[in-house]
Ligand binder design. Structure first.
Ligand SMILES: [Ca+2]
Ligand SMILES: [Ca+2]
Length: 241
């Protein structure tokens, strides 16, 4: 009886160990809205940054050992970005140009190479020779609207990057969106005035996921219960003799 009780306790304890050591996940999801931005005017290249800050709970070290961090985002332009070009040269040309949207998440120990995503669209349109002022209207103007969407799933490079994410407070992640446009012009022949009428409203979600191994208190308490059961079974075994 004592032998079988010992064997049972050993089996239960062994079975509990992989369970206690298995990684667990906590995912915090935040919705994101980056509104339209007012018009920006520049020459040859247009670029506008927008950003929004999201607060996430830190990982409480009392829960266990943090082993991994992942950031997911899933966003799209819900209103299209609109770009207007105006040719400033007395020469028409079919130009190939792009409107791109870059998405980036910035936080503690996050590098651009860790969380960065681009989506871009290419267009080809004839630009008539310049009609003089005014800009952004007339036969020398091109108007293009575009939509983009981005999805990303990135993992933190390693434990050295976990510091800012651990504690009982919050960690701030800044979501940045860059909408910009340019065109291949190796001969430097072109001169455009560019204007973003707006860069489109972005909505979506950003998620922060912690991967961790739960505190061994779980294992200790199970082992304690099994130990007590073992004592009880042994005692009954002796009493039954
Ligand atoms: Ca012009
Ligand atoms: Ca014009």
């Amino acid at each position: 009886m004592r032998t079988s009780a010992l064997g049972l306790a050993a089996v239960l304890l062994a079975a509990s160990m992989p369970f206690a050591a298995r990684a667990a996940l906590i995912t915090h999801v935040r919705s994101l809205t980056v509104p339209d931005t007012s018009t920006g005017i520049c020459t040859n290249k247009a670029s506008i940054w927008q950003s929004a800050e999201l607060l996430f709970p830190q990982f409480d070290p009392a829960m266990g050992t943090l082993t991994g961090i992942r950031i997911f985002f899933d966003v799209k332009l819900v209103t299209p970005a609109k770009l207007v070009w105006d040719n400033e040269r007395d020469e028409s040309r079919t130009g190939r140009y792009s409107i791109r949207t870059g998405y980036k998440v910035v936080g503690p120990h996050v590098t651009p190479s860790w969380h960065y995503y681009y989506a871009w669209n290419w267009y080809e349109t004839l630009a008539q020779d310049s009609d003089g002022d005014p800009d952004f209207i007339g036969s020398d103007s091109l108007t293009q609207v575009t939509t983009t969407a981005g999805r990303m799933n990135k993992k933190a490079p390693g434990p050295s990057s976990f510091a800012g994410y651990q504690g009982t407070g919050t960690v701030a992640l800044r979501f940045r969106k860059k909408t910009y446009s340019d065109y291949p012009d190796p001969e430097k022949k072109w001169n455009f005035a560019l204007r973003f009428d707006h860069t489109g409203e972005t909505t979506g979600t950003v998620s922060l996921r912690y991967e961790y191994v739960p505190e061994p208190t779980t294992l200790v308490s199970w082992a304690g219960l099994f130990g007590m059961g073992l004592i009880g079974l042994s005692w009954r075994g002796r009493k039954g003799k």
